[in-house]
Design a protein around this ligand. Structure first.
Ligand SMILES: O=C(O)C1=C[C@@H](OP(=O)(O)O)[C@@H](O)[C@H](O)C1
Ligand SMILES: C=C(OP(=O)(O)O)C(=O)O
Length: 431
């Protein structure tokens, strides 16, 4: 489904918005609620297309799930409660749904087929299908299980210690979720850098013990999950677009409310501080399993910086909009160690560089990231495309706020994947 938007410069951004629920946490709440015994009520659920794909896949496996405007109720029937689906499980555009669901299905004695859209069909799945096979799952698919369509039949699993070549919460979560299905065996995932730990935190909320250290996580199989109510904090990856907008649109001051500030996700806040942004973080008291804050950002004078190493997994989805931020910073910004960008919804090194270049940015691709020289005036008067990638679409819509001439954005609809109210929020803040 394609849709285009004409976007113009904005004189200032003022006011406050409530950031919609976190995508990673919304997916997990539906999945873990489906595996648990009892009723899980999820509030502030993200009504984005990706999370609705997760809901529909678990409904097809017989789980009763009701969705009523940001409140989702899941009637879990326990870890053995999933039924063999009579239809294909369609994950749409969602890598998280695909990889975590493969982990869950690995130890479930049913057969399932998984397909998604054309972007999903290009995303590498061997990073989960290979370790899951080594635990005992039968998985097949295009190019020996590297790409969708995939088919899976769960088996009797054994625990493994898996040293992942990539820092990926999707890989870690898939293996840990499979590990829960072993008979009292230990499963450990070791990563090169720590990835987001929402799975570990939420499993504990569902009553399952998870052992964590600096870069590893361990579960013991055979434990039941107990249903619990989950409040989903606002998604810092969605907040990132308005954090950058607030910093680069002149005379702005905006407050972003209820933003999740899990330290494995706050790389964007570190970068804004490193670049000299005026930012205030007011943490809420009495949090449950994920910390939450209101964040105030003002128009800022910015300097270039170097972003790499263990900061990368903490901001991987924010790199497109960080590249835009860097076009408005004095001097050079180097983003390195980020080759994972090549296997997201698009090759985000290529799409960021090609679309920002059309707007007049001084940006070049490297093997594992990009180098941006600022500060440049974005001229606009160009047609750019999301390439079907929600984060590229939102980055370009924020670029339009400061470009001298209007921009036409092709396929703005892609934004619905993670932030369906994005344009309403932008309009609300625009003065
Ligand atoms: O576990 C998750 O919810 C996610 C993990 C990250 O992917 P990787 O695990 O591939 O790094 C991230 O890019 C994605 O948007 C969501
Ligand atoms: C990479 C992303 O999501 P997923 O892997 O779930 O498709 C994203 O939201 O930027």
């Amino acid at each position: 489904m394609s849709s285009n938007k004409n976007l113009s410069k904005i004189s200032r951004l003022v006011g406050s918005i409530e950031i919609p629920g976190d995508k990673s946490i919304s997916h997990r709440a539906v999945m873990f609620g489906s595996m648990a015994k009892g009723k899980t009520e999820i509030s502030n659920f993200l009504m984005g297309a990706d999370c609705l794909s997760t809901v529909s896949c678990f409904q097809k496996m017989g789980v009763e799930i009701q969705v009523e405007e940001k409140v989702v109720t899941v009637e879990g029937k326990g870890i053995d409660g999933l039924k063999e689906p009579s239809d294909i499980l369609d994950v749409g555009n969602s890598g998280t749904t695909t990889r975590l669901m493969l982990g869950i299905l690995s130890g479930t004695p049913i057969h399932a087929c998984i397909i998604g859209d054309e972007s999903i069909a290009r995303r590498p799945m061997s990073r989960v299908t290979n370790p899951l096979r080594s635990m005992g799952a039968s998985i097949d698919g295009r190019e020996n299980g590297q790409y969708t369509p995939l088919s899976i039949r769960g088996g009797n699993l054994k625990g493994i210690t898996y040293e992942s070549p990539v820092a990926s919460a999707q890989v870690k979560s898939a293996i840990l979720l499979a590990g829960l299905r072993t008979n009292n065996e230990k499963t450990t995932v070791i990563e090169p850098h720590k990835s987001r730990d929402h799975t570990e935190r939420m499993l504990r909320a569902f009553g399952v013990e998870v052992h964590e250290d600096e870069t590893s996580a361990t579960v013991i199989g055979g434990k039941e999950l107990t249903a619990t109510d989950i409040f989903v904090p606002g998604d810092i990856s969605s907040a990132a677009f308005f954090l950058v907008a607030g910093a680069i649109v002149p005379n702005s001051e905006i407050t972003l409310k209820n933003v999740g500030i899990n330290p494995t996700r706050t790389g964007i806040l570190d970068v804004l501080k490193m670049m000299g942004a005026t930012i205030e973080i007011i943490q809420h008291d009495g949090q449950s399993f994920e910390p939450i804050a209101d964040i105030i950002i003002k128009t800022s004078t910015l300097n270039g910086t170097i972003i790499g190493g263990d900061l990368i997994p903490k901001l991987i989805d924010e790199i497109p909009v960080i590249a835009l931020l860097a076009t408005q910073a004095e001097g050079e910004t180097i983003i390195k160690d980020a080759s994972e960008l090549k296997v997201k919804e698009t090759n985000r090194i290529d799409t960021v560089v090609s679309e920002l270049t059309k707007l007049g940015a001084n940006i070049k691709a490297t093997d594992d990231g990009m180098i941006i020289s600022g500060r440049t005036t974005l001229k606009g008067n160009a047609t750019v495309s999301s390439h079907g990638d929600h984060r590229i679409g939102m980055m370009l819509a924020i670029a339009a706020c400061i470009a001298d001439e209007p921009i036409q954005l092709i396929d703005a609809k892609a934004i619905d994947v993670s932030y369906p109210t994005f344009f309403e929020h932008l309009a609300q803040l625009s003065k």
